[in-house]
Every structure is written in structure tokens, then in C-alpha cells.
Design a protein around this ligand. Structure first.
Ligand SMILES: Nc1nc2c(c(=O)[nH]1)N[C@H]1C(S)=C(S)[C@@H](COP(=O)(O)O)O[C@H]1N2
Ligand SMILES: [Mo]
Length: 382
């Protein structure tokens, strides 16, 4: 394949807007001027010359690219020692790749959301430190030696032996490691209105994907002697102050896919993502993935918790609300080039993006660059 022209791309504005710029946006948002945000970010995009991703080789007219002929310090000097940093961090040149909150979106930062920088990521895995966050009452770093998971029945006859597990007891059980995406039910809803910041981070950034490690919930319910004939629902309860509780239908658990997860991308869950224990409910909207999971109750009917009958309901075309929304439907998004990025040249541009579905594997993605008149099948990331 030949790449005729260097098709340069300018990064999305959130990668180089100044701290002062963000402050201004916050101030204006507090004053109720949401439209100002769009304008501010657009201005930031125009006002700076930095952020060009690919430089054309700056070969001087008299010849000799200094990037080749002048030996840099890293070629002639001694590098950094091992364990300069006991937990390695990204390059300083990547410091702008951050999860961010949408200025002015929520009143408090504890009941809020941060968006993953989709425009800067590759493949399907979200680095744990960039995973989106959604907290209803702030996050905690809970001492795992004092964390407990209780399993009981809404009625004593539904669970033969109710049990309380320590983390050590759960982590002794046979585990599985699987890649799953998690998406907040509100993700991409911002596109319905006037999204405050028109970049893929803020329109689709409540989506992340990790390799989760944990014990199938089914295995633990089996150990507790659950009556699966009558116990058709489970209530999952978190330990934070938000009283996050969600009903999970037993079919999902019986499929073996629902996990009591403690691992995320090869290490323990991050505190922001539910350390030391969270529920993983593949294909189901994020709110059911209860973090800081402390209790599982088996019941014979749905629970009607606030986060399923009042919040996280879907408005249907009839005007009625659907409760217990659960499956995340098939979606896709182009991450590069995307909102806020600017094509500086005609020529070769790599188009990449993501597709995901709560109903199983994505087999194929078709892409149109002319508004749907023509379609081409995309290459898979593998
Ligand atoms: N205990 C608890 N679990 C929770 C929440 C919460 O606030 N508290 N938020 C839920 C929502 S709405 C979402 S989208 C996901 C977000 O998970 P993350 O913060 O790991 O991205 O966690 C869910 N589980
Ligand atoms: Mo959510």
C-alpha cells in the first residue's frame, strides 16, 4: 500500500486547551451559559498551532535532517536507572491524554462522571488509569482485609446456607479472565442535545474495556445452595453511600457470564472502579456493574430499586418509560478523525473507530465516508 501524502491531523482541542481556558468554561457554565463552552473550545482549536500529530520531515534546504545527523543526548548519555519509578507512568509527552469531566455538567464532582479520551487510545483495552468513572457519591479506597461479601435470600428458603465471604476466600476460588466493555447507559446521549464539548471523548467517553478477572457469581450461588427454581432475581448492593442497588435476572447469572471481579487489566481493580470487588454484567448497562460490592440477595421478584425504576429508565417513543433497561445495544463510533480534530492536508488519512454490542460479538463493520451512499468493510483490529 502506498501513502501518497502525509495527511496531517490536528488533535482535538481538549488535548491542548489551557488550564485558564477550562476555568473560563467552568465560570460560564456556572452562570448558565452552556453555549459558551462550544465557542470556547472551538476558539481554543483555532487559536493554537500546537497539537499537530504528524510533522513533515523538516529537512533543511542545505540537506541533513538534524533529527538524524545531530546525535541526541539519549544516544550519547546514560539513561535512567531501573525502578526510578516503582509504578511506571506514561511518557511526559502524553500528559494531555487524560480522562476529563465535562465542564459544568454536574453540580458536584462526587456525583459526576469523567470521560475516557477515546481519541487517543488504540485497540480495545482502556488503560486502567484512563477508565471512565461514574460515581453517585464519590469513590473510596477500601481496605480489602475488611471488605465482606454477604450472600443471602430475601426469604430464608431461597438460599440454603447464607454466607459471608472475605476477599481472600473469594480469591481462592477458581477464576476466569475475560475482556468486556462497560458503558454507562447515558453514554452518547449527549449527542441528542447540544454537546458541550464536541469531541468523541465527551460524546462517547463513558465507555471503557478491560480484561476482568473474577469468580462467576453462579459458582458462589451454587456454594450457598440457591433455589434456582424460585430465586429468579438477584439484588446487587454496593458499599458506598449512594445505596447503589440493581436487580440482575438469574438467566444472566446462570449463563456463567456475570462475575464477582477483583482484577482489571492484570492487577487489582482501581479504587475508582470498585476496588476491591465489583460486579461485571457483560452486555448490560454500566449501572448494573455495582462497585464496592458488599451484598448479593436472591429474590423471587425484581426489586424496584431507585436506580432502576426512577433513574436509568428509557423513554420510549410512546412517551412511557421502560424500567429495568439492561442490554446495551449495538453502537459504533469513529474515533479518528473525529470531533474537534482537523485534517490539515488532503491525502491519506487513517480512519479508525470502535464498534460494540451487548448482544454478542461484532462480526463486521461497514464504513461510509460519503454520508451513506457507499460503504466499505473495515479491517478488524486483530
Ligand atoms: N457502588 C456503586 N456502583 C456503581 C456506581 C456507583 O455510583 N456506586 N455507578 C454505576 C454506574 S451508573 C456506572 S456507569 C458504572 C461506572 O463504572 P466505572 O466508574 O468503573 O466506570 O458503575 C456503576 N456502579
Ligand atoms: Mo452509569
Amino acid at each position: 500500500m502506498t501513502h501518497p501524502d502525509p495527511g496531517r491531523l490536528r488533535k482535538a482541542p481538549e488535548n491542548f486547551i489551557s488550564p485558564e481556558g477550562v476555568q473560563t468554561v467552568w465560570r460560564e457554565a456556572r452562570a448558565g451559559r452552556r453555549d459558551f463552552m462550544r465557542a470556547a473550545f472551538a476558539a481554543a482549536a483555532v487559536g493554537t498551532a500546537t497539537g499537530v500529530r504528524a510533522q513533515v520531515n523538516p529537512v533543511p534546504a542545505d540537506g541533513g535532517d538534524p533529527n538524524i545527523v545531530k546525535l541526541p543526548a539519549h544516544t550519547t548519555g546514560l539513561g535512567q536507572a531501573v525502578v526510578t519509578d516503582g509504578y511506571g507512568k506514561p511518557s511526559r509527552f502524553e500528559a494531555n491524554v487524560q480522562r476529563r469531566q465535562s465542564p459544568g455538567l454536574t453540580q458536584t464532582t462526587q456525583a459526576s462522571v469523567s470521560f475516557a479520551p477515546m481519541q487517543s487510545l488504540f485497540g480495545i483495552v482502556t488503560p486502567s488509569g484512563l477508565h471512565f468513572e461514574r460515581h453517585h457519591q464519590g469513590w473510596w479506597d477500601i481496605d480489602p482485609s475488611r471488605h465482606r461479601l454477604m450472600v443471602n435470600g430475601s426469604d430464608p428458603s431461597l438460599v440454603k446456607t447464607p454466607k459471608v465471604y472475605t476477599m481472600d476466600e473469594l480469591m481462592r476460588l477458581p477464576s476466569v479472565s475475560r475482556f468486556h466493555f462497560i458503558e454507562c447507559g447515558a453514554n452518547s446521549g449527549m449527542e441528542w442535545g447540544n454537546v458541550a464539548v464536541p469531541t468523541v471523548q465527551y460524546t462517547h467517553g463513558m465507555l471503557s474495556c478491560s480484561e476482568f478477572t473474577g469468580v462467576p457469581l453462579k459458582a458462589v450461588l451454587d456454594m450457598c445452595g440457591v433455589d434456582y427454581r424460585r430465586g429468579r432475581y438477584v439484588l446487587a448492593e454496593g458499599a458506598d453511600g449512594s445505596s447503589m442497588t440493581r436487580t440482575v435476572p438469574m438467566e444472566l447469572i446462570e449463563s456463567g457470564e456475570v462475575l464477582l471481579a477483583y482484577g482489571q487489566n492484570g492487577e487489582m481493580l482501581r479504587p475508582e472502579n470498585g476496588y476491591p470487588l465489583r460486579l461485571v454484567v457483560p452486555g448490560v448497562q454500566g449501572v448494573s456493574w455495582v462497585k464496592y460490592l458488599r451484598r448479593i440477595e436472591v429474590g423471587d421478584q425484581p426489586y424496584g430499586a431507585k436506580d432502576e425504576v426512577l433513574h436509568y429508565v428509557d423513554l420510549m417513543p410512546s412517551g412511557l418509560h421502560r424500567q429495568y433497561s439492561s442490554t446495551q445495544e449495538c453502537k459504533s463510533v469513529v474515533t479518528t478523525p473525529s470531533g474537534g480534530q482537523l485534517l490539515l492536508d488532503r491525502g491519506y488519512h487513517h480512519v479508525s473507530g470502535l464498534a460494540w454490542s451487548g448482544r454478542g460479538r461484532i462480526k463486521r463493520v461497514d464504513v461510509s465516508v460519503d454520508g451513506g451512499a457507499n460503504w466499505r468493510t473495515a479491517r478488524n483490529w486483530r
